[in-house]
Design a binder for this molecule. Structure first.
Ligand SMILES: [Ca+2]
Length: 408
């Protein structure tokens, strides 16, 4: 959901864009969700486009619904394609027999425009005896182009950045795509040591010079004067002479690039509270988000991150090719020593003679690069990074990237 509200009084949401919420199976995956007890709120000139759920929900499943909500001058473009609440663009919760203490919402839906998907209505309210809504001057359109022509609101620029750069030079080429040529472009370094110099920070294709070895996250912003959006990438400056043979950056949310966490020791838990309403659940954490592979570990001596099982790693460790791994991570466990294991096509099992240990900083406050020298192995089929080396460990390991290559 874009925004979930409760107890708001006098809230104004104006000129906002609620776009492209994916289908996660939740009933709430649209724009604005009035949960309960709101009063006198205004949603004005907003855009709701291509969200999996209802654009606006008036809930209050067991508690009093919102009163005096004004929804005015908004664009509703083909939301609720997952056929959740309603299914409607604006779904007012309730069954014909819902209590009047709950189904007590009121408001005015006026001057809006909409393009509907088949099977989705503009407005749904099955408790009309006690809910009190007025609809006026809302217009249906057949095509999004017609809707946008009738409601010519500024669109946020779309911007994408180039993939992460691995280089042994202090200078890197950068590129971005921006769909609106009138947008002002701005590159900036948002993480990493100071001293990054852009040849021209105001153009989509430019070069940046870095003060030495290190890792930098960069943002590129496209601003049309009313709305702006940003994309991000990273530059990794390696020691001079380093060569990259493989790198996994975990830069795309929910994309583990084939790597999987195993033997984490975590399991689903139900955590009961005295009042059952406050009981909660805990699920294992092992996913890619915010540029990291984040893995929670509980009392496990076998917890590890394993490279793709269904394909060869594609890296050869030899005198002429790769000789090291670089792993950038934050170790928030008490582990002081981790271990890299490998399999080859001829030796497809985990054996301690095919592993190498490396020391790590326990309960670390931030990311740190570990360079692990690797022996001559030949072509590696699969790699495993084990977070313990004997004693069980508990906590979180957060990996920014795994790099395989040649260090001078
Ligand atoms: Ca990363």
């Amino acid at each position: 959901m874009g925004i979930m509200l409760a107890h708001n009084n006098g809230l104004v949401i104006r000129g906002c864009h609620f776009l492209n919420q994916p289908d996660t199976g939740s009933p709430d995956q649209g724009g604005v969700d009035f949960e309960a007890w709101e009063e006198n709120c205004l949603i004005d000139r907003c855009t709701f486009r291509n969200n999996a759920g209802a654009a606006i929900e008036i809930l209050g499943l067991h508690r009093p619904q919102a009163r005096n909500v004004e929804i005015r001058g908004c664009r509703f473009d083909r939301n609720n394609w997952a056929h959740q609440n309603g299914p409607a663009e604006i779904a007012v919760h309730g069954q014909p027999n819902t209590s009047a203490d709950v189904a007590c919402s009121s408001g005015r839906i006026a001057g809006n425009g909409y393009v509907l998907l088949p099977g989705v209505s503009f407005y749904a309210n099955e408790t009309r005896a006690t809910n009190d809504w007025v609809l006026a001057d809302n217009r249906a359109f057949d095509f999004a182009e017609d809707l946008d022509a009738a409601f010519p609101y500024p669109e946020p620029p779309a911007v994408t950045a180039c993939g992460e750069v691995w280089t042994d030079e202090p200078t890197a080429a950068l590129s971005a795509t921006v769909d609106d040529p009138k947008s002002v472009v701005r590159w900036e370094a948002v993480e990493g040591s100071p001293g990054v110099v852009f040849a021209d920070a105001a153009v989509a294709r430019t070069r940046a010079t870095f003060p030495g070895e290190g890792d930098w996250r960069l943002n590129v912003t496209a601003d049309n004067g009313t709305l702006w959006r940003a994309a991000r990438t990273a530059v990794h400056v390696l020691p001079p002479g380093a060569r990259t043979f493989g790198a996994w950056d975990f830069a795309c949310n929910l994309d583990a690039q084939g790597w999987t966490a195993e033997a984490t020791g975590t399991a689903y838990e139900f955590l009961p509270a005295k009042d059952p309403f406050w009981s909660t659940e805990a699920f294992p954490v092992a996913h890619v988000c915010g540029d990291y592979y984040v893995i929670a570990v509980k009392g496990s001596s076998e917890a590890a991150l394993v490279s793709p099982r269904d394909r060869h790693l594609g890296v050869t460790f030899s005198a002429a090719r790769a000789n090291a791994l670089r792993i950038r991570m934050q170790n928030r466990t008490a582990s002081r020593r981790m271990r890299v294991w490998w399999q080859t096509a001829r030796q497809p099992t985990w054996k301690v003679e095919r592993s190498v240990a490396f020391d790590v900083v326990p309960m670390d406050d931030d990311d740190r690069v570990y360079a692990v020298p690797m022996p001559t192995i030949g072509s590696v089929k699969q790699l495993k990074i084990a977070f313990a080396d004997g004693e069980p460990v508990t906590g979180t390991v957060r990996l920014d990237y795994i790099w395989a290559g040649r260090l001078p």
